[in-house]
Design a protein around this ligand. Sequence first.
Ligand code: APR
Length: 311
Amino acid sequence: MTRNKISIIGAGHVGTTTAAWLAEREVGDIVLVDIPATGDMPKGKALDLTEAGPIWGYDTQITGTTNYEATAKSDIVIVTAGMPRKPGMSREDLVGTNARIVQSVVEQVVSRSPDTILLLVTNPLDSMVYLAKKVSGFPRERVLGQAGVLDSARMRAFIAMEMNVSVESVWAFVMGGHGDEMVPIPRYSTVGGIPITDLLPADRIEAIVQRTRGGGGEIVQLLKTGSAYYAPGAAVGKMVEAILKDKHMVLPASAYLEGEYGLNDICFGVPVVLGRRGIERILEISLTREEKEELQRSVELIRKTMSMLPL
Ligand code: APR
């Protein structure tokens, strides 16, 4: 049986955390690419992860390299290359630097893997997915971004803490851009299938919504030197697993919209069905007037960032 080939561009915090998650679950063999100023960092990290295999019992092959040739014919390519933010920065502040990096990464990847699926993680996320879509020329099924799985996981964690229940009993629904204007939707967020709007007072729900919106910034403030990577790595791992195992899993993702939710020519967080072809379907739900207004604010923030892209 041929194994899946997963390339991860950017062997930093998010890239290697994702690699560890995927290696342990034997989702596919992994190629880690980075361009360190000195030393052979990707090779070192790959060897370190390989040496964890006997302990956890995985046979995943992990290669670390500075050479894109090793990524040829990847089934999926995860792009985490780029700068993380520091305290006081918004994700949007990263657009100039990270757009240059993502553009060059995508060019190098797609020439070697023309049939691959591109999964973007670099921020500002929705604009980077848009850039990757335009630079690759890929159909929209094969270009998507990780944001909603992370944002909804944060919301799930906060709901579980508030109610003192298992995180497994909690589901949360977050739409929109991966910025502080994201749109958590409490009436579709549930504990044991019951909407939290039936279980918690409005002020506690509002506090959970605000903490979810600022969830990334909360970690940046605590770390001081960079941004989150354990939960982002797990979120990417979940999406890759859904795609490569062809699970038809419904997850939120940043997707290129062609009329859905009344939006065109923008990448935006929506519920999608993920399978071996990438995005198999986009699910449309009806929204209240207030939710639509919140989505519109999120759209405006993304469009402003998109206007700074070198396209
Ligand atoms: N090609 C390959 N790798 C690159 C390139 C490039 N052109 N440019 C930068 N990198 C690498 C860096 O060398 C670094 O190892 O990307 C890696 C990024 O790792 P970290 O600095 O640890 O950042 P990380 O926390 O992983 O975040 C990466 O994901 O969540 C987002 O906002 C976050 O944009 C950031 C990205």
